[in-house]
Ligand binder design. Structure first.
Ligand code: KG4
Ligand code: ZN
Length: 366
């Protein structure tokens, strides 16, 4: 048995988060014998950025500093250097200066951990996207059904990717967005409708009671044979729809000017247009590349319409294929998923030198 307590730090965007995760691998098995989240804290900056209508990188980086110090000291307690065996920290993709807050915290802990000892504790630089992939694995029920190959639909604020996971740490991107990410499409649509930031949860809340067929919005590249997607055209269509309803003031819809019913219908139609594209491309990918399971991860995986409809589509079109959804509490950014991906990397035998580590804002999977 190989037991490890991993301390993880996530600061790639607007959430400061830390986690302590115990993972015990049984060397003969692909699955770990036990995974236990000992500590987890997430501090969101949403309220800070909401007034700007989106994340302001410099403000995000500065806000991470006091939060990181507070969360790290609370999580590690009185004997911080005895509290973990290894550190996992998000190295990218994300906002460079925000990522550096987490990386420099990890570097400081690693340096201190080596003082007076034979060696420093290892630091693993984790790809944030691999963290999202690992978020589904944090649920025991998903781990029991975890069999490769897995096809993951990774939908976040910055990324929309259909990923073939052949094994831990062995990925191929089969399809991606050519412009806006799915989360970005939600956020930009919401901004256009004057609904605030972040847009996904707001559109989803308002759209819950709406008619998803009320407005005929485009589903770009739906019939295109490739597994790529495109969401930028949706903004124009929403603007035109709103113009047509004579509801816009300087290209921003005044929510007060729309009846609740119309707004609910428009939000439901926006959601459905995005969800349709994501589902068609995921099912198409799974038909081309037979897999044992479909994983749904990333911030947008919190969307109920997407969760329910993708599960239904998998049941109907991919019999025998398991559905592995990220638990809601690990859908949006968090350090528990970074610890889990760190555990995969340690198990895989990766070693990193913390001295040369720096942010990799454009890092991708694969
Ligand atoms: O994964 P995440 O927390 O951050 C990135 O790595 O980007 O994803 C944030 C994105 C935002 O665009 C947000 O609007 C979207 O996830 N989101 C949702 C929902 N909850 C969060 N989108 C649709 N429906 C939701 N319920
Ligand atoms: Zn994320």
């Amino acid at each position: 048995m190989e037991a490890q307590r991993i301390f993880a730090i996530e600061t790639s965007c607007d959430e400061t988060s830390v986690a302590l995760l115990d993972v015990q691998w049984d060397r003969r098995l692909v699955l770990p014998a036990s995974v236990r989240l000992v500590k987890h804290a997430v501090s969101s900056q949403i309220a800070i950025h909401a007034k700007y209508g989106g994340v302001v990188p410099e403000v995000a980086a500065r806000s991470h500093v006091p939060e990181a110090v507070s969360l790290i000291t609370k999580a590690l307690g009185k004997h911080p250097l005895d509290a973990f065996d290894a550190i996992a920290v998000t190295k990218g993709p994300g906002l460079a200066t925000a990522l550096r807050v987490g990386i420099q915290s990890a570097q400081t802990l690693a340096w201190l951990s080596g003082l007076g000892r034979k060696s420093d504790k290892p630091v693993i630089g984790v790809n944030h996207l691999e963290g999202h992939l690992a978020s589904a694995w944090l649920l025991p029920e998903n781990r029991r059904r975890w069999k490769f190959p897995i096809l993951a639909l990774l939908v976040s604020g910055g990324h929309t990717e259909v990923v073939l996971m052949r094994d831990y740490c062995d990925y191929e991107i089969l399809g991606t967005t050519r412009d806006d990410a799915a989360g970005e499409a939600f956020d930009k649509s919401a901004k256009l409708l004057g609904l605030g930031y972040p847009g996904g949860p707001m559109i989803s809340k308002l759209g819950a009671s709406g008619d998803p067929k009320a407005f005929d919005l485009p589903r770009p590249m739906l019939h295109d044979a490739s597994l790529d997607m495109s969401f930028s055209g949706l903004k124009t269509a929403i603007r035109l729809t709103a113009d047509g309803l004579r509801l816009t003031a300087a290209h921003t819809v005044r929510p007060s000017a729309i009846s609740r019913k119309l707004l609910a219908d428009l939000c439901a139609s926006i959601e459905q247009a995005i969800v349709d594209v994501l589902i068609v491309k995921t099912i198409r990918a799974a038909k081309k590349h037979p897999v044992k399971a479909i994983a749904l991860v990333g911030g947008v995986s919190a969307n109920k319409r997407l969760r329910d409809q993708l599960s239904d589509a998998v049941k109907k079109d991919l019999p025998g294929v398991q559905m592995l959804k990220a638990p809601l509490k690990f859908s949006t950014d968090n350090a528990a998923m970074i610890a889990a991906a760190g555990a995969w990397r340690i198990h895989h035998g990766d070693t990193h030198d913390w001295r040369g580590m720096d942010a990799e804002p454009e890092l991708d999977l694969g």
